[in-house]
Design a protein around this ligand. Structure first.
Ligand SMILES: Nc1ncnc2c1ncn2[C@@H]1O[C@H](COP(=O)(O)OP(=O)(O)OP(=O)(O)O)[C@@H](O)[C@H]1O
Ligand SMILES: [Mg+2]
Length: 250
């Protein structure tokens, strides 16, 4: 059975950073095969992982829009299926699938439907599916990502971020979505700590599973566009993510 892990939260809070470090954790611990899904239209998980992506799902859609592009003897569906399998960037440790940018207005529902259809069969080949989501929870609410085992809601160390995390929790509750475990992680925590945020955190009803400090190494790697996979083992963020995930026992 594939263990599905989704990462959500307000824009810029540290979702992609956490997703990349989570994947690194799974790789380091030899947990099994991993499919990473960049479900953010403004994709950058590949950079965090240090991977080049040749094809995104949005490219496939753009290409198959023209009926003439579909080879004779193939239905459009078969052709998309074939293309989808080629959109997976494969490496020794992790395979990556990228949603990409919507191609004009009204077009975005279609990739979601497509993803839903193909993701299920594709992800069955992996022990883990790790989805880095856009700020909204569209893919979870539309069930593009089915049966989430672990949802990590990421907030930065601000009251606004925490309230936003609370709204994610409300949304998950309201859509009656099959999310088995939901945890809050507060990132970019400075030496001020999160004591002052505790009342806000309590109001969300989310279980705080841990915090990730503001790590100068992460800042530096971001500036230099270096993959987070290469962060030193003793980096504060790497260690914090290890501690969090050891508790969760993925
Ligand atoms: N623990 C950390 N220490 C220092 N900087 C961090 C940390 N976590 C994230 N950042 C920085 O914060 C910025 C946003 O992080 P990231 O891209 O992971 O957020 P995001 O939630 O995925 O954003 P978006 O909503 O744009 O996809 C980046 O510049 C990243 O380097
Ligand atoms: Mg991101």
């Amino acid at each position: 059975m594939t263990i599905t892990i989704a990462v959500a939260g307000k824009g810029g809070t540290g979702k992609t950073t956490f997703s990349a470090l989570l994947i690194r954790y799974l790789v380091d611990k030899n947990k099994g095969s991993i499919m990473a899904l960049d479900a953010d239209a403004n994709a950058n998980l590949n950079e965090a992982l240090g991977l080049e992506v040749d094809m995104m799902i949005s490219d496939i859609l753009a290409e198959t829009k023209d009926p003439k592009s579909v080879p004779t003897g193939m239905t459009k569906d078969m052709f998309i299926d074939y293309k989808m399998s080629h959109a997976v960037t494969e490496t020794k440790t992790v395979d990556l699938l990228v949603m990409g940018n919507p191609q004009g207005p009204g077009c975005y529902c279609y990739p979601n439907d497509l993803l839903k259809k193909h993701l299920d069969s594709l992800s069955q080949n992996y022990d883990y599916l790790v989805a880095d989501n856009e700020a909204g929870l569209e893919h979870i609410s539309r069930r593009t990502i089915p049966n989430v085992d672990y949802l990590f809601v990421i907030s930065d160390a601000s009251a606004r971020g925490i309230r936003s995390a609370g709204r994610v929790k409300q949304l998950v509750d309201s859509i009656n979505s099959p999310v088995k475990n939901i945890f809050l992680i507060v990132t970019k925590v400075t030496e001020d700590g999160i004591e002052a945020l505790k009342p806000e955190i309590e109001k969300t009803g989310l279980q705080l599973i841990g915090t990730i400090p503001l790590d100068p190494n992460v800042t530096q790697y971001d500036i230099e566009s270096k993959p987070l996979f290469d962060l030193p083992e003793d980096s504060a963020a790497v260690k914090a993510v290890q501690e969090i995930l050891n508790q969760v026992k993925l």
